[in-house]
Design a protein around this ligand. Structure first.
Ligand code: UDP
Ligand code: MG
Length: 320
């Protein structure tokens, strides 16, 4: 039988500087809850000693588990691997860099006991992050809301608690380009927020360069809305109406005035604009087609190199 109450999933990518401290703080908080728990560290292809550090700690602490992926699959996939292996009745997702304070977990557990199935952390404030990051994040959540009818909670990251039943549903959602906070929202059940102040990274630097941020943002938008595709329709409509009006104007000039028509510059300008829009829309189409291509290939989401600290064999023996 499964006795674990709370699993904590910690994705890590080159976090050797913080991971020891993260473990210490998580352990302190989780010990205090007095419940059986497990700390699942997912090593997302780190090239530093993150995995070794956890393996060493696991020798002394039976609550530690390690899932070692074969390469860097990205944050969302690493979390997914953790969810797949988690055994707890509640599962908490938390960043490795202590930006999400572990001390918020007991508050999440409290809400969970009140009967909520998803408790997400809502950032009241973000400390020590660049203006650029905060601004783009702000903008992203507004655009996402506009394109998805505003269902996905704003200003929340992946720091959250989900109930076993939500976790089980997630296991059946095999989409390749994952935007977990949107998927968890889609699942439904009773959801609520706890507010917290997002702290500065404890050590090391962000593992989310602009490129990964853009990928996450486009997954968020393109996996949850097909409104960008409608852009072609709207633009096409708008442009043909204005083209038609302009045509009438030109005809009028030709027939009823004696102005000579000087048109070269305007032709070039109109051409550029139209070609630009056509390419933009082709590009958007391409984004969707590429995602369909990934789905069709249907490769596994991640590859596990090695696990440490799980008790599968023992469990199987017990079950017969
Ligand atoms: N992370 C990961 N794989 C990646 C990038 C990041 O597992 O390819 C982890 C990282 O170790 C951290 C979490 O995802 O635990 C969030 O990353 P980070 O703190 O660098 O992002 P930021 O807070 O700057 O947005
Ligand atoms: Mg961070």
């Amino acid at each position: 039988m499964n006795h674990i109450v709370c699993s904590v999933v910690v994705p890590m990518y080159n976090e050797e500087e913080v991971i020891g401290e993260t473990y210490r703080r998580l352990k302190e908080v989780m010990d205090e809850t007095g419940e059986a728990y497990e700390l699942i560290f997912v090593n997302d292809g780190s090239r530093d000693r993150s995995a070794e550090i956890i393996t060493e700690l696991a020798l002394k602490d039976k609550n530690i588990r390690l899932i070692d992926l074969s390469r860097n699959f990205g944050h969302q996939i690493a979390v997914t691997a953790g969810l797949d292996y988690a055994q707890g009745q509640a599962v908490v997702i938390i960043d490795a860099d202590l930006q999400d304070p572990p001390e918020v977990i007991p508050r999440m557990l409290e809400k969970w006991r009140e009967g909520y199935d998803v408790v997400y952390g809502k950032r009241l404030k973000r400390e020590g992050e660049t203006f650029f990051k905060k601004f783009t994040a702000y903008l992203f959540y507004r655009i996402l809301a506009a394109l998805t009818d505003g269902n996905i909670p704003k200003d929340t990251g992946d720091f959250r608690l989900i109930d076993r039943k939500v976790c089980d549903v997630m296991k059946n959602m095999n989409e390749k380009n994952r935007f977990l906070r949107g998927m968890i929202n889609w699942v439904g059940f009773r959801q609520t927020a706890v507010e917290y102040i997002r702290e500065e990274r404890w050590a090391g630097e962000t593992k989310y360069p602009l490129k990964k941020m853009l990928k996450l943002a486009s997954d968020g938008i393109l996996s949850f809305s097909y409104k960008p595709l409608k852009l072609a329709t709207y633009m096409g409509f708008l442009l043909s109406v204005s083209g038609f009006l302009y045509l009438i104007y030109v005809l009028y000039q030709k027939l009823f005035t004696d102005k000579t028509i000087t048109g070269w510059a305007s032709i070039i300008a109109v051409n550029l604009v139209f070609n630009g829009i056509t390419l933009l829309i082709l590009g958007i189409l391409g984004e969707y087609v590429g995602r369909i291509y990934e789905e069709v290939k249907n490769r596994p989401l991640y590859i596990v190199k090695k696990v440490v600290g799980f008790e599968f064999e023992k469990d199987e023996r017990e079950n017969g």
